[in-house]
Design a protein around this ligand. Structure first.
Ligand SMILES: Nc1ncnc2c1ncn2[C@@H]1O[C@H](COP(=O)(O)OP(=O)(O)OP(=O)(O)O)[C@@H](O)[C@H]1O
Length: 286
């Protein structure tokens, strides 16, 4: 067993990754980033920028045409074998008609700890009940997964990730379509998970929450256009590189502010420091 001194640092390294889909679509080109835990990192970019593709590359669901992903110094396959990477999918990716209960879904987070027959042991059952309790979904454990609200569905998949006890958590738009209370619950839980030492990479279209929530940001537009601590990376200049084209690259007040699309419509005015300083209704946009 390696001692703490000799164990590799738990870090995620994406080195020059290019991903092309079978139809020839190059979704990511030469994308690089490095994350050391514990951290909450926001993954930001317009629709189609390549955020989900980056998640898929980190999970080994797509094989890069070039470059590589390293997790704690080892391969993606090795990280999977150790159950290190847990994933909360976008709601659109889930077949909600599938006849499984909430408890069954959360138990899937334990599959990596079971043998081929997938017979849960006591430790698996304990982990599932604890995860359900932690997201406040114990009372819904026997419900079919489709018979839940949008926010409850998110919490169930978060519970699946908790049951897996992954060290690297990937969340694809966990705040999409959830109410403010659920967003606050998920945010609080992710902060707890960070305190436990994990790396949390979360894609979001809610730019307003980024400065208060994310330690780091990765901005994507077909590649990683900027990555680093929020304080120095979530800037108007970098937002322009990631979102500029979609808003025509318009700036308010010279170079001090930028217009970016807001979740749920309208436009945000973002200062050079990355703070949201205003919101324009669609008709107000110059
Ligand atoms: N299975 C696929 N086959 C072909 N092209 C794909 C596939 N999945 C995604 N793409 C394309 O790859 C590009 C990146 O898509 P991706 O889903 O990674 O973006 P995204 O940033 O996650 O978008 P969103 O915010 O809408 O979820 C897009 O042009 C998309 O059309």
């Amino acid at each position: 067993m390696p001692t703490p001194e000799t164990a590799p640092r738990f870090e995620l390294v994406v080195e020059g990754v290019t991903v092309a889909y079978p139809n020839g679509q190059v979704a990511l080109r030469d994308a690089s980033l490095q994350l050391d835990g514990p951290t909450i990192c926001g993954l930001l970019g317009v629709n189609g920028a390549g955020k989900s593709t980056l998640f898929k590359a980190i999970m080994g669901m797509v094989t890069p045409a070039a470059g590589r992903v390293r997790i704690a110094g080892g391969s993606v396959r090795e990280a999977q074998r150790r159950n290190w990477v847990a994933y909360v999918p976008q709601s659109e990716e889930v077949d909600w008609a599938f006849p499984v209960s909430v408890r069954d879904v959360v138990m899937m987070g334990r599959y990596g700890y079971m043998n081929m027959l997938r017979i849960p042991r006591a430790a698996d059952r304990v982990a599932v009940e604890a995860a359900l309790a932690r997201v406040g979904m114990l009372d819904f454990a026997d419900r079919q997964i489709g018979q839940l609200s949008g926010g409850q569905k998110k919490r169930v998949f978060l519970a699946r990730a908790l049951a897996q006890d992954g060290r690297l958590l990937l969340l694809d738009e966990p705040f999409g379509g959830v109410d403010v209370t659920t967003q606050e619950q998920i945010t609080a839980l992710l902060r707890e998970l960070r305190e436990e030492g994990r790396i949390i990479l979360v894609s979001t279209h809610d730019l307003t929450s980024v400065p208060g929530f994310c330690d780091q940001v990765v901005l994507v537009k077909g590649t990683v256009v900027a990555a680093g601590p929020t304080a120095v990376t979530f800037t108007a200049a970098n937002l322009a590189r990631a979102f500029g084209e979609s808003v025509g690259g318009q700036a308010l007040g010279g170079e001090t502010a930028l217009l970016v699309p807001a979740q749920g419509g309208g436009t945000l005015v973002v200062s050079a420091e990355g703070h949201v300083i205003g919101r324009l209704a669609p008709a107000e946009r110059p």
